[in-house]
Design a protein around this ligand. Structure first.
Ligand code: LMR
Length: 340
């Protein structure tokens, strides 16, 4: 290389260096990390919701926020995840509404009352109206902010014997979530409730630690519960949905523009989940049917009515726990849609 070309290269280098600060942004700050932990499979309404939220947030914040989704209890199980959120070890969760009782927030267990929601429209009025807002206000005293209510769906009941009448449940050990209302529901039909983390259910069914369980069809299918349960009754006797929650200190410490972006992404994700949830459960039922390992029992209207009668006393029994006014407020939303 002769002296001229070397000089030209040096001059070019200097010119580029002078341009560089203009061409590249200031050194990017570390992204804000949101760890979103949950206990179900990715291929469920909640799992898809978490992934959808991640996608929206990462697109719209252009690297300023990263959402790490941990499905299937890979990070924490049911009870631990709530503690982890309060300690700030994770920033977002979507526990089922049945899991807030142990935090002393018993009113959430109203969602567990059997046959309380005649359909999803009533449910939407409850979560989107004053009941839903009132419950979220109660979270604040626990250092938690509620961001949205996500649907899953109505529950079925399973065992290794056919469950057509509630009498068939007598004496069976049934896995439930950590809710006193669910305990009451199982006792009302003579079953023995066993509280257990979601991640342990498959093995407990397989080894006979419990005889049966209740859940939404999408949870049954994605946990392969149908492989270890011979009979599944589509009873729609109760509901499972979620509160998406975050750590209050974390949330309030976010730059306001980012928080607004996250709020909008959450609103859109909530709409997305609540649109896909029913279809996800319908698809899962078709897959269980196709797998051919489980008898699917559909109750006639009269049979389902007998289940309702057997379980309805739980409403009265649990009124002092979940609040008679919460039950009345839900009944009001049902009445607004013509249900008595
Ligand atoms: C369960 O524990 O049975 C479910 O509520 C898990 C979930 O989050 O859907």
């Amino acid at each position: 290389m002769n002296i001229h070309s070397r000089f030209r290269r040096i001059a070019l280098g200097a010119a580029l260096a002078a341009l560089l600060p203009l061409a590249t942004p200031a050194v990017a700050a570390d992204p804000i990390i949101i760890k979103f932990s949950h206990v179900v499979a990715a291929d469920t309404p909640k799992g898809k919701g978490a992934d959808h939220f991640k996608q929206l947030v990462e697109e719209r914040t252009q690297g300023r926020v990263k959402v790490e989704v941990y499905p299937n209890s890979t990070l924490y199980k049911d009870k631990e995840e709530l503690e982890a959120l309060q300690l700030g070890s994770v920033q977002m969760l979507a526990p089922s509404l049945s899991k807030f009782g142990p935090l002393g927030l018993k009113e959430f267990e109203a969602f567990d009352l059997p046959f309380i929601f005649p359909d999803r429209n009533v449910l939407a009025r409850v979560t989107e109206g004053p009941v839903g807002a009132g419950l979220f206000r109660k979270l604040e005293s626990r250092g938690i902010v509620g961001l949205g209510y996500w649907d899953n769906g109505f529950k079925s009941m399973s065992a290794n014997k056919p469950l057509r009448k509630t009498e068939d449940l007598k004496g069976l050990k049934m896995r439930i979530q950590s809710s006193k209302v669910l305990e009451g529901q199982m006792r009302a039909v003579g079953a023995i409730p066993q509280v257990m983390a979601f991640s342990e259910v498959y093995q407990a069914l397989q080894t006979g630690v419990v005889d049966g369980t209740e859940n939404t069809i999408s949870n049954y299918y994605t946990q392969k519960a149908h492989e270890v349960q011979k009979h599944l009754t589509v009873s729609d006797h109760g509901y499972i949905g979620y509160a998406v929650i975050t750590n209050k200190k974390f949330w309030e410490g976010l730059p306001p523009d980012l928080r607004a972006t996250l709020e909008k992404a959450m609103q859109e994700t909530t709409r997305y989940v609540n649109v896909i949830a029913k279809q996800e459960n319908d698809d899962a039922l078709a897959k269980i049917r196709a797998a051919g390992k489980t008898e699917i029992i559909t109750l006639s209207a009269a049979e389902r009515d007998a289940w309702r009668k057997a379980m309805l006393p739980v409403h009265k029994e649990m009124a002092s726990r979940v609040g008679a006014e919460t039950i009345a407020a839900i009944a009001k939303e049902a009445a607004a849609l013509g249900y008595k």
